[in-house]
Structure formats: structure tokens, C-alpha cells
Design a protein around this ligand. Sequence first.
Ligand SMILES: Nc1ncnc2c1ncn2[C@@H]1O[C@H](COP(=O)(O)OP(=O)(O)OP(=O)(O)O)[C@@H](O)[C@H]1O
Length: 259
Amino acid sequence: MPADGAGPPVLRVDGVSFGYPGRRDAVTAVDDVSFTVPVGGIGVLVGPSGCGKSTLLRLVAGLLEPTAGTIDVAGVPPARLRRDRRAGFAFQDPGLLSWRSVRRNIELPFDLARLPKDRAWVDHLLEITGLADWAGRRPRELSGGMRQRVALARALATRPDVLLLDEPFGALDEITRADLNFELLRILSDTGTTCLLVTHSVDEAVLLADTVVVLGPRPCSVHAVHDVPVPRRDRREQRDSVEFAARCRAIRAELEAAR
Ligand SMILES: Nc1ncnc2c1ncn2[C@@H]1O[C@H](COP(=O)(O)OP(=O)(O)OP(=O)(O)O)[C@@H](O)[C@H]1O
């Protein structure tokens, strides 16, 4: 990926606003939002329900165009990332194709882009998501957590530079969710992928993020930004620390204040 002028490369959201056109009035969902996430880092968006988090993620994904402001990842705009299949998505609903096996679901992005399948990489993804023994099974044979792991592996299939995750673990119990959080940290460290993730869980945000962006109510603007300077290898232990609890408390207080 090309460097972004001076300083380390970043995912940059700069003065971005967006409104959904309506029959009478536009619904303004995003209002002058700016933040950066280091390339290779994890940014997490938290904010009240309906504030515009998914909209922001769709703007970064290039699925929507900002009405004002700019977005780029190390100088590359979302439309180009999307065209070049350098952005991967996974949403709360895994959206797997029931008639395809786990492997064939993960391979779907290759088929859609008419690209040759990278079988060795798919094998690796099956391995690191713990799905190698399930490659031939259909989605209905999997648990909810396994389906979400398939969606995650599918999002990583074309080796995206940027991974966009909208409440990917929202439907899971706490223990499974924590396991997947640690898997995600490991996968992102292994692949060097930049990630922007939406969650309603403050604990999940602090566990995963290098940067937590706290958003206010719709139309969302940035209420606060927290850097979490904890190495990824220390995240599991940190979860039980006083510092972790203090960060969560501070962010919860900001969410309260931002309502
Ligand atoms: N396709 C659409 N057309 C019109 N308005 C929309 C559309 N999608 C979302 N909105 C509106 O934009 C606002 C922000 O929605 P968005 O889904 O981005 O919020 P969110 O923060 O992700 O919500 P939640 O936390 O509940 O998932 C809401 O008022 C919603 O009604």
C-alpha cells in the first residue's frame, strides 16, 4: 500500500457527513466525523443505537458516498479499495449460503470476482479460524459462533487491506464472544490487516481496539477518542486489570454524557 505523505500511514476519516435522501427530508446520519486509525491497527466505533455507526462503516467500505469530507486508507479512497477487493466485510448476520459448504462459502469472494481461488490461503483461514475439520459441512450443521467464524474467514478470503466488521459477534454468549475476540486479535496480527469494527459492548471495544471512537447520538459526531496502548499479546491478561476496568468506566461515562 502506498505511504500517505508524512507520518505513518493511517485510515483517515476527515470531516465526513452523510444524509440518506428521504421523500421529504433527508435523514442526516453522520455529521462532520473525523478520526484516524493506524494502518495495521484496530479502530472500534461505539455509540448509542441508531447514531450512525453502520452508516459510517458503509462509508468507509465505499458502499455509500459522503455528502461532505473524505475517507482514505493510506491515500487510497474506499471506491478503489472496493473495486480492487481490498476491503472485506462481515456483519452481524453471517449471511452464509446454505447450499454451499464451509469451504465454498469462504471461497465465494473469489467466485464473485471471477478470481482464481487461493486454496492454500483458504486452507490457512480454515486452520486459524478452527474450521479445518468442518470444511465440508453445510452452515446448518454449525453453531452460531462457527457461522460467524466462517463469515470472518470469508471476509479475509481475498486478503483485504481493510476489514470492516459490524457487530460481528453480537449474537453470541459471552464466553464464545471472548474466544472469537482473541481469535480476531490473533488473525489481524498474523495478517497485518487494518480493522474498523462496530460494537455495542464497551468491554469488547477496550479489549480489541488500538483506538476507540466514542460517537454521540444521531447525527453522530465524535464525542471522544481513546487510544489503548496495550500490546496485543498482553490483551488477555489486561482484561482483568484495574486499567482495563478504568478505561471501560471512562468510556461508559462518555457514552452516558453523549446521550
Ligand atoms: N437505508 C437507509 N435509508 C434511510 N435511513 C437510514 C438507512 N439506513 C439507516 N438509516 C437511518 O440512519 C440512522 C443511522 O442508522 P445506522 O444503522 O447507521 O445506526 P447504528 O448506530 O448502526 O444503529 P444500531 O446501533 O442500532 O445498529 C438511523 O436514524 C436510521 O434510521
